[in-house]
Design a protein around this ligand. Structure first.
Ligand code: AMP
Length: 182
């Protein structure tokens, strides 16, 4: 199956909701992709394809859709899974980082001992827009010594420039499909 056919199938499986959560946003809803067994399988296979057979120690998934995809990716790569969560959700000792949202600031955390220094880690989320969320996740992972192999997303919104932000950290970015606008 060609890359183009896979891309077409993934794009067709993603639902777009206009003006959600606020006016002017085209929300790319991947729950329809997750609910489509073939598309879900294809997306996970395509995300991990460059690392099939190579050693990845941990997959770090960003709350919440990154948990669903990251769990499947970790299973596929025979890697562990480390959750990156909104603040105050994790029970053990954590490291925390603040990051900017469109309005205001939020914080994300992970367990200090979730990754051992030098472990090879892949970051997973459903979508990259401005890249602020993934940038914070990569900085958090680097602060505990992770060797980040790549950051992977099903959807890229290239008009918002997130990819460059992550690549500027020295982290390769893998995305499967693009949508214009935001
Ligand atoms: P950003 O930090 O700007 O790259 O935003 C990425 C995060 O926000 C991801 O966790 C996405 O799930 C979510 N997100 C941002 N824009 C959209 C969109 N247009 N549709 C769906 N999710 C989005």
């Amino acid at each position: 199956m060609s890359d183009q056919t896979v891309q077409d199938e993934l794009i067709a499986s993603i639902r777009t909701i206009k003006d959600y959560p606020k006016e002017g946003i085209l929300f790319r809803d991947i729950t329809t992709l997750l609910g489509n067994a073939r598309a879900f399988r294809r997306a996970v296979d395509a995300l991990v394809q460059p690392w099939a057979g190579s050693k990845v120690d941990q997959v770090a998934g960003i709350e919440a859709r990154g948990f669903i995809l990251g769990g499947a990716v970790a299973h596929q790569l025979s890697a562990g899974f480390a959750p990156i969560r909104k603040k105050c959700k994790l029970p053990h000792e954590t490291v925390r980082i603040a990051y900017s949202l469109e309005y205001g600031i939020d914080e994300m955390e992970m367990h200090k001992d979730a990754i051992r220094p030098g472990e090879k880690v892949i970051v997973v989320d459903d979508l990259i827009a401005t890249g602020g969320t993934a940038e914070a996740a990569c900085k958090l992972l680097k602060s505990i010594g992770a060797d980040i192999v790549a950051a992977c997303f099903i959807v890229d919104l290239p008009d918002l420039g997130g990819r460059k932000k992550i690549e500027d950290l020295g982290v390769p970015v893998r995305t499967l499909v693009e949508f214009p606008g935001h």
